[in-house]
Design a protein. Structure first.
Length: 604
């Protein structure tokens, strides 16, 4: 009997598919390895973008010629007019309509990127279906797996499935290190799992943990065990399609702290939230005003329990208010940068002051909200100094906030190069002037300075899927990351020109309105901040490509850089740089340390 089992197993092993046979059926992403690119190359999108820009350049040229029609011969004027109308009706108008409909419906205005999203989602669903052929009662079933790799029926099914993956890959519109490659790495892991064989050509083990790098049979068995658990977790959570999973897991809603909208606070799409203190917490007497970026949902301050800045501040006894920019709509397209960087702050700080008379108000701002907060407070300080009044807001925490924008020491050079290469103010007005700039367009610039960011995000998610709780834990952040808000068209144009390209804050040329005549429309004096006694805690990450350390406030104000354990010194600014990226609040350890630091700063 024992001998028959051995013979049966030997026959199965002989008939079993090898990893190399399976991989031979699918052309292994040839563009990725041919290019050896460490980032995504969206070549179709870039070509289409260039073509669209040229069409609008041609339209602008014909519009200019049409101004001189009275001076042209009639035949020439007629020809120019015909070309202009044909270009407009046949190409320009359909492109503009498609772009605006896409923004209003939350779709990608780039059809190639839209198709890529469909491809990745379909690829992920096919992996889920394939994985289901090997799972029973939530666990990998070795009998089902053997049938898939040893029987003719199973091999035929597998070959057809692989052909579908191959078709999707060859119809993908990008090359290089993309989100699809992260899924492809996961698929290769599945093939290794069902064949129990490593890939021999380069010995790669995607998603391996630190202790699985050893080139031994025992290490590979340990790797297969961890991969088996990873697939079981992903299958149970239906999380192969990462972004769709985030929507389902969060039910399209993030934020964990209860709040009320302050009556009378609605200005355009913006509102002021108030987060009441928990019943078991004693107030410390301090009022905090939190400002969130224009391009992201304000829940970056309140992602989930244990990952919420607001939750941590409430536990420390702070009275918390939050500026919510909302979702700008068609009637917000003409709002200026000063509306978001001054008008809202004036209105909301007045509301808070009336609700808490004679109480000190302190400020916290994240990313671009902090960028706009610095000149706002400088203008506020100028006005109060001009009236011989004491500055009313004297303690400010900036989180991952860029202030300096140049091509040298700021670290903003790569983004400025991206803007020079791709940004066309006239084209943006034509395409998005009536509907605001969608977050997808803004993300393109962010991704351009972070090589392979889509691949890295998905790779990190699948690697942590060894722990099922880690999958659930990541959903709020992924949802926040992939569901930005529209940027009002006029404000976006001013942000690019004034802040990024002209570096007006550092150059002291950024202007704001004022009720004091000699200040109205004049450049803001950043140096008025220390004169008025305003102190800053400038907190950032050493690995932050969006707000590099060289672009922070300390770089233009001579702030002293403290190590992490140094006590705050009265009368001086403090710059703290952690070994973190742009979104450090997803780390419970870093967040806990941050809450302790800001509490010490605000209370002492």
């Amino acid at each position: 009997m024992a001998m028959e089992k051995v013979k049966h197993k030997h026959k199965q092993d002989q008939n079993r598919l090898s990893i190399e046979q399976i991989l031979s059926w699918i052309n292994l992403f040839p563009a990725r390895y041919a290019l050896k690119s460490q980032t995504a190359v969206n070549w179709k999108s870039e070509f289409a973008g260039f073509a669209v820009r040229q069409l609008f350049v041609g339209k602008h040229y014909l519009d200019t010629l049409s101004l001189y029609w009275p001076f042209w011969p009639p035949a020439f004027s007629l020809a120019i007019g015909f070309q202009r109308q044909a270009l407009k009706k046949l190409l320009i108008d359909p492109i503009k309509t498609t772009a605006r409909i896409s923004v209003r419906t939350g779709r990608h205005p780039d059809i190639f990127a839209e198709q890529n999203d469909w491809t990745k989602s379909t690829y992920a669903k096919l992996i889920y279906d394939l994985c289901g052929q090997c799972i029973s009662d939530g666990a990998f079933d070795m009998d089902k797996t053997l049938r898939l790799t040893t029987t003719e029926q199973g091999k035929n099914y597998l070959k057809k499935a692989v052909a579908e993956f191959s078709w999707l890959e060859h119809n993908y519109n990008s090359w290089g290190r993309t989100g699809l490659e992260a899924l492809k790495d996961l698929l290769k892991c599945f093939f290794m799992l069902i064949t129990e064989q490593p890939i021999h050509n380069n010995g790669e083990l995607p998603y391996c943990l630190k202790d699985e790098h050893a080139k031994t049979d025992q290490a590979f068995k340990h790797y297969l065990k961890s991969m088996r658990r990873r697939f079981e977790n992903l299958y149970a959570e239906k999380a192969f399609d990462v972004y769709h999973y985030a929507e389902i897991a969060t039910q399209n809603k993030i934020g964990c702290s209860a709040y009320n909208v302050v009556p009378g606070s609605k200005l355009q799409a913006s509102t002021l939230r108030h987060y009441p203190l928990p019943a078991n917490v004693t107030a410390n007497g301090k009022i905090l005003y939190l400002a969130s970026p224009l391009i992201n949902k304000p829940e970056i301050f309140d992602l989930a329990p244990g990952k919420s800045v607001i939750e941590g501040l409430l536990q420390k006894g702070f009275e918390v208010y939050l500026l919510d920019n909302g979702e700008p709509g068609a009637f917000d397209t003409g709002l200026s940068l000063s509306f978001y960087g001054q008008t809202l702050h004036d209105a909301y700080l007045d509301l808070i002051a009336k609700r808490h008379q004679n109480r000190e108000i302190m400020v916290m701002a994240y990313c671009m909200a902090g960028t706009l907060m610095v000149p706002y407070l400088a203008r506020r300080a100028q006005e109060r100094l001009a009236r011989n009044e004491k500055m009313d807001i004297c303690k400010v925490v900036l989180m991952a906030t860029p202030i300096r924008f140049d091509d040298d020491s700021s670290g903003q050079g790569p983004m400025r190069q991206v803007i020079r290469k791709y940004y066309d103010a006239h084209l943006m007005d034509e395409l998005f002037g009536d509907v605001n700039v969608p977050p997808i367009i803004i993300d393109l610039g962010m991704h351009a300075i972070q090589p392979g960011v889509r691949y890295n995000n998905m790779y990190g998610f699948f690697r942590r899927a060894f722990d099922r709780e880690a999958i659930r834990d990541s959903a709020p952040f992924i949802y926040w990351l992939t569901h930005g808000t529209n940027f009002p068209a006029r404000a976006h144009k001013q942000w690019i020109q004034k802040i990024y390209m002209e570096n007006q804050i550092e150059n002291r040329t950024y202007c704001l309105p004022s009720k004091i005549p000699h200040l109205d429309g004049r450049p803001v004096d950043i140096d008025s901040l220390p004169k008025a006694g305003v102190r800053f805690l400038d907190y950032g990450g050493a690995r932050d490509p969006i707000s590099p350390a060289g672009s922070c406030l300390s770089s233009i104000m001579g702030c002293e850089k403290f190590c992490e354990k140094t006590e705050f010194r009265t009368g001086m600014h403090r710059h703290i740089e952690k070994n973190a990226g742009h979104i450090f609040v997803v780390s419970e350890k870093l967040l806990s340390e941050f809450i302790d630091l800001v509490t010490d700063f605000y209370l002492n």
